[in-house]
Design a protein around this ligand. Structure first.
Ligand code: OGA
Ligand code: MN
Length: 228
Protein backbone atom coordinates (compact mmCIF):
# COMPACT_ATOMS: atom_id res chain seq x y z
CA UNK A 1 0.00 0.00 0.00
CA UNK A 2 3.04 2.29 0.27
CA UNK A 3 2.75 3.05 -3.43
CA UNK A 4 -0.75 4.37 -2.77
CA UNK A 5 0.28 7.13 -0.45
CA UNK A 6 1.84 10.54 -0.88
CA UNK A 7 3.99 11.95 1.88
CA UNK A 8 3.15 15.48 2.85
CA UNK A 9 5.09 17.78 5.11
CA UNK A 10 3.43 19.07 8.23
CA UNK A 11 4.23 21.24 11.20
CA UNK A 12 2.51 21.32 14.57
CA UNK A 13 0.83 22.60 16.96
CA UNK A 14 -1.56 24.70 19.12
CA UNK A 15 -4.16 24.52 21.85
CA UNK A 16 -6.15 21.39 22.51
CA UNK A 17 -9.85 20.77 22.64
CA UNK A 18 -11.27 17.40 23.41
CA UNK A 19 -14.34 15.35 22.85
CA UNK A 20 -15.32 12.53 25.12
CA UNK A 21 -16.04 9.47 23.14
CA UNK A 22 -18.25 6.79 24.56
CA UNK A 23 -16.58 3.64 23.40
CA UNK A 24 -18.55 0.71 22.13
CA UNK A 25 -17.70 -2.71 23.44
CA UNK A 26 -17.51 -5.82 21.28
CA UNK A 27 -19.38 -8.03 23.72
CA UNK A 28 -21.26 -5.46 25.77
CA UNK A 29 -20.67 -4.89 29.47
CA UNK A 30 -18.54 -2.27 31.12
CA UNK A 31 -15.26 -1.35 29.44
CA UNK A 32 -12.33 0.15 31.33
CA UNK A 33 -11.94 2.51 28.37
CA UNK A 34 -15.49 3.78 28.55
CA UNK A 35 -15.67 7.56 28.44
CA UNK A 36 -11.97 7.94 27.95
CA UNK A 37 -11.14 10.87 25.68
CA UNK A 38 -9.95 9.45 22.38
CA UNK A 39 -10.06 12.52 20.12
CA UNK A 40 -8.53 15.96 20.79
CA UNK A 41 -7.92 18.77 18.35
CA UNK A 42 -6.77 22.29 17.66
CA UNK A 43 -10.23 23.76 18.36
CA UNK A 44 -13.59 22.71 19.70
CA UNK A 45 -15.15 23.68 16.37
CA UNK A 46 -12.88 21.35 14.44
CA UNK A 47 -13.44 18.46 16.83
CA UNK A 48 -17.18 19.00 16.46
CA UNK A 49 -17.27 19.58 12.72
CA UNK A 50 -14.98 16.71 11.85
CA UNK A 51 -16.39 14.52 14.62
CA UNK A 52 -18.87 12.73 12.37
CA UNK A 53 -16.12 11.76 9.97
CA UNK A 54 -13.69 10.39 12.52
CA UNK A 55 -14.51 7.54 14.86
CA UNK A 56 -12.49 5.60 17.39
CA UNK A 57 -14.23 2.60 18.90
CA UNK A 58 -12.28 1.28 21.85
CA UNK A 59 -12.45 -2.45 22.60
CA UNK A 60 -13.96 -3.17 19.20
CA UNK A 61 -12.44 -6.65 19.35
CA UNK A 62 -11.88 -9.01 22.27
CA UNK A 63 -8.53 -10.46 23.36
CA UNK A 64 -9.59 -13.78 21.80
CA UNK A 65 -10.35 -12.08 18.49
CA UNK A 66 -6.98 -10.31 18.56
CA UNK A 67 -5.33 -13.70 19.14
CA UNK A 68 -7.24 -15.15 16.17
CA UNK A 69 -5.82 -12.41 13.92
CA UNK A 70 -2.31 -12.98 15.24
CA UNK A 71 -2.57 -16.74 14.68
CA UNK A 72 -3.57 -16.10 11.06
CA UNK A 73 -1.11 -13.32 10.36
CA UNK A 74 2.10 -14.14 12.24
CA UNK A 75 3.28 -17.12 10.13
CA UNK A 76 3.21 -15.06 6.91
CA UNK A 77 4.58 -11.87 8.48
CA UNK A 78 7.47 -13.72 10.14
CA UNK A 79 8.77 -14.72 6.72
CA UNK A 80 9.24 -11.06 5.79
CA UNK A 81 11.86 -8.60 6.94
CA UNK A 82 11.02 -5.19 8.36
CA UNK A 83 12.01 -2.43 5.94
CA UNK A 84 13.87 0.57 7.33
CA UNK A 85 16.00 1.99 4.60
CA UNK A 86 13.63 3.88 2.31
CA UNK A 87 13.88 7.37 3.79
CA UNK A 88 11.53 8.77 1.14
CA UNK A 89 8.72 6.32 1.84
CA UNK A 90 5.72 7.22 3.94
CA UNK A 91 6.17 4.17 6.17
CA UNK A 92 9.28 3.21 8.13
CA UNK A 93 10.12 0.04 10.04
CA UNK A 94 7.35 -2.04 8.58
CA UNK A 95 6.40 -5.20 6.81
CA UNK A 96 3.09 -5.68 5.12
CA UNK A 97 0.85 -8.10 3.37
CA UNK A 98 -2.66 -8.40 1.97
CA UNK A 99 -5.24 -11.08 2.56
CA UNK A 100 -8.47 -12.00 0.81
CA UNK A 101 -9.63 -15.15 2.61
CA UNK A 102 -9.83 -15.50 6.39
CA UNK A 103 -10.76 -18.10 8.94
CA UNK A 104 -14.22 -17.90 10.49
CA UNK A 105 -13.29 -15.89 13.62
CA UNK A 106 -11.48 -13.15 11.66
CA UNK A 107 -14.10 -13.09 8.92
CA UNK A 108 -16.77 -12.47 11.54
CA UNK A 109 -14.83 -9.51 12.93
CA UNK A 110 -14.20 -8.13 9.43
CA UNK A 111 -17.91 -8.34 8.66
CA UNK A 112 -18.54 -6.33 11.81
CA UNK A 113 -15.99 -3.75 10.64
CA UNK A 114 -17.61 -3.60 7.20
CA UNK A 115 -21.09 -3.18 8.62
CA UNK A 116 -20.18 -0.29 10.94
CA UNK A 117 -17.72 1.49 8.65
CA UNK A 118 -19.01 1.39 5.10
CA UNK A 119 -22.25 2.53 3.52
CA UNK A 120 -24.52 -0.36 2.49
CA UNK A 121 -23.57 -1.68 -0.92
CA UNK A 122 -20.34 0.30 -1.12
CA UNK A 123 -17.90 -1.77 -3.19
CA UNK A 124 -14.86 -2.65 -1.10
CA UNK A 125 -11.25 -3.14 -2.03
CA UNK A 126 -11.03 -6.96 -2.14
CA UNK A 127 -7.85 -7.62 -0.18
CA UNK A 128 -7.53 -6.43 3.40
CA UNK A 129 -4.23 -4.59 4.01
CA UNK A 130 -2.07 -5.69 6.94
CA UNK A 131 0.65 -3.37 8.14
CA UNK A 132 3.08 -4.52 10.83
CA UNK A 133 5.08 -1.67 12.38
CA UNK A 134 8.14 -2.57 14.41
CA UNK A 135 8.50 -0.84 17.81
CA UNK A 136 10.56 1.84 16.05
CA UNK A 137 8.27 1.95 13.02
CA UNK A 138 6.03 4.88 12.13
CA UNK A 139 3.92 6.32 9.33
CA UNK A 140 4.59 9.83 8.04
CA UNK A 141 1.81 12.25 7.14
CA UNK A 142 0.12 11.22 3.90
CA UNK A 143 -3.21 10.97 2.17
CA UNK A 144 -4.21 7.59 0.73
CA UNK A 145 -4.34 7.61 -3.04
CA UNK A 146 -7.71 8.77 -4.34
CA UNK A 147 -7.09 6.68 -7.43
CA UNK A 148 -7.09 3.38 -5.54
CA UNK A 149 -9.10 4.05 -2.38
CA UNK A 150 -12.58 5.48 -1.81
CA UNK A 151 -14.14 7.67 0.85
CA UNK A 152 -13.64 5.45 3.89
CA UNK A 153 -10.69 3.86 5.67
CA UNK A 154 -11.30 1.55 8.63
CA UNK A 155 -8.46 0.06 10.67
CA UNK A 156 -8.24 -2.43 13.51
CA UNK A 157 -5.30 -1.84 15.85
CA UNK A 158 -3.55 -4.88 17.29
CA UNK A 159 -0.77 -5.30 19.87
CA UNK A 160 -0.16 -1.67 20.86
CA UNK A 161 -1.79 1.64 21.68
CA UNK A 162 -0.79 4.37 19.25
CA UNK A 163 -1.49 7.97 18.32
CA UNK A 164 -2.85 8.90 14.90
CA UNK A 165 -2.55 12.56 13.90
CA UNK A 166 -4.72 14.22 11.26
CA UNK A 167 -3.55 17.59 9.87
CA UNK A 168 -5.48 19.71 7.38
CA UNK A 169 -3.62 19.56 4.14
CA UNK A 170 -3.84 23.28 3.36
CA UNK A 171 -3.78 24.63 6.93
CA UNK A 172 -1.49 22.84 9.35
CA UNK A 173 -2.86 24.74 12.35
CA UNK A 174 -5.95 22.56 12.09
CA UNK A 175 -5.36 19.11 13.50
CA UNK A 176 -6.86 16.23 15.45
CA UNK A 177 -5.04 13.63 17.51
CA UNK A 178 -6.67 10.23 17.92
CA UNK A 179 -5.73 7.85 20.69
CA UNK A 180 -6.00 4.39 19.15
CA UNK A 181 -6.04 1.90 22.00
CA UNK A 182 -4.96 -1.67 21.38
CA UNK A 183 -7.96 -3.62 19.96
CA UNK A 184 -9.74 -0.45 18.83
CA UNK A 185 -11.23 0.31 15.43
CA UNK A 186 -10.77 3.70 13.81
CA UNK A 187 -12.71 5.03 10.84
CA UNK A 188 -11.79 8.01 8.65
CA UNK A 189 -14.41 9.27 6.21
CA UNK A 190 -14.86 11.96 3.58
CA UNK A 191 -13.08 15.23 4.50
CA UNK A 192 -11.12 13.52 7.27
CA UNK A 193 -9.84 11.13 4.64
CA UNK A 194 -9.45 13.51 1.66
CA UNK A 195 -8.50 16.90 3.18
CA UNK A 196 -6.42 15.83 6.17
CA UNK A 197 -3.18 13.92 6.19
CA UNK A 198 -2.94 11.04 8.65
CA UNK A 199 0.11 9.58 10.33
CA UNK A 200 1.06 7.20 13.15
CA UNK A 201 3.55 8.81 15.54
CA UNK A 202 6.87 7.17 16.31
CA UNK A 203 7.42 6.00 19.87
CA UNK A 204 9.56 9.00 20.90
CA UNK A 205 6.83 11.42 19.76
CA UNK A 206 3.89 9.34 20.88
CA UNK A 207 2.01 11.69 23.20
CA UNK A 208 -1.76 12.12 23.37
CA UNK A 209 -3.32 15.11 25.13
CA UNK A 210 -0.12 15.59 27.15
CA UNK A 211 0.11 11.90 28.10
CA UNK A 212 2.87 9.62 26.91
CA UNK A 213 1.55 6.65 24.91
CA UNK A 214 4.06 3.81 24.77
CA UNK A 215 4.35 2.47 21.27
CA UNK A 216 5.14 -1.23 20.91
CA UNK A 217 5.09 -3.33 17.79
CA UNK A 218 1.72 -2.61 16.18
CA UNK A 219 -0.26 -4.44 13.52
CA UNK A 220 -3.12 -2.74 11.72
CA UNK A 221 -5.74 -4.53 9.64
CA UNK A 222 -7.15 -1.99 7.22
CA UNK A 223 -10.32 -2.18 5.11
CA UNK A 224 -10.94 0.34 2.34
CA UNK A 225 -13.65 0.91 -0.23
CA UNK A 226 -13.16 1.56 -3.92
CA UNK A 227 -13.32 5.06 -5.39
CA UNK A 228 -16.91 5.98 -6.36
C1 OGA B 1 -1.67 3.33 5.42
C2 OGA B 1 -2.00 3.85 6.77
C3 OGA B 1 -2.62 3.39 9.05
C4 OGA B 1 -2.54 2.30 10.06
O1 OGA B 1 -1.22 2.18 5.31
O2 OGA B 1 -1.90 4.06 4.44
O3 OGA B 1 -2.22 5.02 6.89
O4 OGA B 1 -3.37 2.30 10.95
N1 OGA B 1 -2.08 2.99 7.81
O5 OGA B 1 -1.66 1.45 9.93
MN1 MN C 1 -2.94 5.83 5.00
Amino acid sequence: MKVFVVVLKQIQKAAVCSRRWVSSCARGGPSPLRDRTLIVGSSRELVQSLGGQVEVRAAFITEQEEEAFLRELEPGLKKKRYEYDHWDHAIHGYRETERVTWGAACEEVLNRVRSVAFPDGSPLLGPVHILDLDKTGYIKAHIDSVKFCGSTIAGLCLLSDSVMRLVKEDSNKEWLDLLLPRRSLYILRDQARYSFTHEILKDEESVFNGQRVLRQRRISVICRNLPG
